[in-house]
Design a protein around this ligand. Sequence first.
Ligand code: URP
Ligand code: ZN
Ligand code: ZN
Ligand code: ZN
Length: 504
Amino acid sequence: MAARSLLLIRGGRVVNDDSSLEADVLVEDGVVRAVGRHVLPPGDAPAGLRVLDAAGKLVLPGGIDTHTHMQFPFMGSRSVDDFHLGTKAALAGGTTMIMDFAIPHKGHSLIEAFDTWRSWADPKVCCDYSLHVAVTWWSDQVKEEMKILTRDKGVNSFKMFMAYKDVYMVRDVELYEAFSRCKEIGAIAQVHAENGDLIAEGAKKMLALGITGPEGHELCRPEAVEAEATLRAITIASAVNCPLYVVHVMSKSAAKVVADARRDGKVVYGEPIAAGLGTDGTHHWDREWLHAAHHVMGPPLRPDPSTPDFLMNLLANDDLTTTGSDNCTFNSCQKALGKDDFTKIPNGVNGVEDRMSIIWEKGVHSGKMDENRFVAVTSTNAAKIFNLYPRKGRIAVGSDADIVIWDPKATRTISAKTHHQAVNFNIFEGMVCHGVPLVTISRGKVVYEAGVFSVSAGDGKFIPRKPFAEYIYKRIKQRDQTCTPTPVKREPYKGEVVTLKSRE
Ligand code: URP
Ligand code: ZN
Ligand code: ZN
Ligand code: ZN
């Protein structure tokens, strides 16, 4: 019989999204067994018990990064952080679960894409993971496959791109169909909200003006291009009473659209990312081409330098709800594919390793949010929306022991020279962050401690997710019952009706 694995985290401050308490945490076989004082009887030290001292430290649920693209074949290249190094880097930063995207090409099977991504991820992942699936075209097959993915494969979220014209972009009528289907099968619709037609036209215009450098990337897709698509997606989702999740909210205007919709009672959630909260788009104008190109992602980082603070305020207020990284990293030689034409620069930046520290520094250390809101936006809200709660996103009896021992006072300086990611550039280079993960525990196993990893490729697990997450679907179901329009009862009209002449 396998020996019990027992871990005691002693003397820390356990932080959940709704409360904090000084408590010990007892973990057995990967699951939290007890939270409180004296979780073991005095003098009881079972064989194999490992004790971690967390005095003066915070004990947090491991981070859930809602948005990554590991080894993503994209824009003629493949992102260099693969499921092995990318998830190792996640653990070093205090993230114990990532949610990646299986993205089929137009005309291709969603299930095949899902199986392909699983075959890439399963042997490599060092932390737990889940997959969103993209809907890049529409047909009866897609409609059927969405049902199968939700029923049999553990997928409850589908991403639709309103940008990347002719590649992944879908049009309004396809959004309408996809959102309607999401609602029928109990999934949440996700959108990349940018107007792909305007971007395509804007790019032609910039190139015609002789603007070939990375600044052209932002100039051809200003904030309004993101805000317009965000409002359009919310309008379509609302028309079919489908819950909506706007991925990578990058601008003040798009964030305001999400905030207004939430205040209007729409079931919509906005996800800012580490890049947008931690830095800005002024770098696109840097004199060094490579430096500028390494900041290119879509929607772009915004040149208005007050954007990160603004997004963080909305995140603190619950106008925005979760955080991802959109980690999609390309080395300098890959970014250089666009050296003469910004439209060919592979889009994407880092963030999976640094997301937690960036949010602590800019959110908690700055005084915008408290430790509980930090937990809400780095794990709990994601767990609730994507139906992983309370297994993930909480430290409580019965939850997976995905835990970080966090030093809120220590600082670290972010650098590509010391990060664990594969990519050779870091958009947060030189930033000093309070909030350092000292120990990361994944399903009860200490996988990262004092800079040392104890984890192997494949130790992470695929985490299936069930449809109809209560957190989002209670309101949706109630609205279906009470807000469905009914016809006005009238006596039939009995008067004269004009006769139309048929056209020759
Ligand atoms: O630039 C980005 N965001 N790259 C990844 C693909 C996407 O749109 O999320
Ligand atoms: Zn996107
Ligand atoms: Zn710069
Ligand atoms: Zn993305």
